[in-house]
Design a protein around this ligand. Structure first.
Ligand code: AMP
Length: 291
């Protein structure tokens, strides 16, 4: 039976019991509006852990002042049903003042400097600082053995891995492959903002990423030309506005000039359709990137 907790104390008590019984504790951090991508993460946690905690928290500190915090989709009852069906034991759904009781200008933040300032971080200043802070708080509350993140948010999982390593957090960060719609669109809570025409056009991200991967598979080593494949494909859809199309080292996110053998490269896209912003990515070289 799924149980819903709103306070850290309830979660801590449950985790204490699980650890006494030597059950492995897994956490899946989410902002709710759950879809099959989230479900996949929960199922993976279920396979590997004795206690599965899903957090549902729309984290105010990771939204910029002009972003969609207040209109972010909130579908709590449906989320609970999905968590239950996927085999979660606990949903941790705190209210914002529970996690942020103090004046934001006085509180402690956790920041991973370089990785947080490129790509998504360059366009959304402060975004990753909000993410790392809330995930660090969640790790402090749950003390999980494993935490599950989606490859869909490629930069995010790298930033969190780096935070966990740099702060000696005793958590294994797992990255789980992206779940896609039939036409390749990566599932996202924000997809529901798309109107019918935008939804049709949005598969261009996947088409661009697979075209880039194909170019690399056919021997293209010039990263600029691969970026041109990404950009040129996105431009085929008149309604798509490109924020960035990048080819980067998959471990450091450094912009690549050359796709060299033995160096893992990733293609990353951020594209807007009207007010809706979508991101996606794909490894362009062979080595698997997920756990
Ligand atoms: P969110 O609720 O959007 O913050 O996402 C919570 C977690 O689910 C993050 O680790 C995301 O990377 C992951 N996630 C979101 N969409 C997908 C997807 N389509 N496939 C796999 N994981 C996903």
């Amino acid at each position: 039976m799924l149980r819903v907790f709103k306070t850290p104390a309830e979660v801590r008590e449950e985790v204490r019991q699980a650890k006494r019984q030597e059950r492995r504790v897994g956490v899946v951090p989410t902002m709710g509006a759950l879809h099959d991508g989230h479900v996949h993460l929960i199922e993976r946690a279920r396979e590997e852990c004795g206690l599965v905690i899903v957090s549902i928290f729309v984290n105010p500190t990771q939204f910029g002042p002009n972003e969609d915090y207040s209109r972010y989709p909130r579908t709590f009852e449906a989320d609970l049903a999905r968590c239950e069906a996927a085999g979660a034991d606990i949903v941790f759904a705190p209210e914002a003042p529970t996690l942020y009781p103090r004046d934001p200008s006085r509180m402690t933040f956790v920041e991973v400097p370089r990785l947080s300032n490129v790509l998504e971080g360059a366009i959304r200043p402060g975004h990753f600082r909000g993410v790392t802070t809330v995930v660090c708080k969640l790790f402090a509350i749950v003390e999980p053995d494993r935490a599950y993140f989606g490859a869909k948010d490629f930069q995010q999982q790298l930033v969190i891995r780096t935070m966990a390593r740099d702060l000696d957090l005793a958590v294994e960060v797992r990255t789980v492959e992206t779940v896609r719609e039939q036409d390749g669109l990566a599932m996202s809570s924000r997809n529901r903002y798309l109107d019918t025409e935008q939804r049709r056009a949005s598969s261009i991200l996947w088409r661009a990423l697979t075209a880039a991967r194909e170019a690399v598979a056919n021997g293209e080593r010039d990263a600029n030309r691969v970026r041109q494949v990404l950009t040129g494909t996105i431009q085929l859809e008149g309604a798509a506005v490109l924020d960035y199309a990048e080819v980067a080292d998959a471990e450091t996110l450094e912009r690549l000039d050359v796709i060299a053998p033995g160096r893992l490269a990733v293609g990353l896209l951020a594209v807007r359709f009207g007010a809706t912003r979508l991101i996606d990515n794909l490894l362009l070289t062979e080595k698997p990137g997920c756990d």
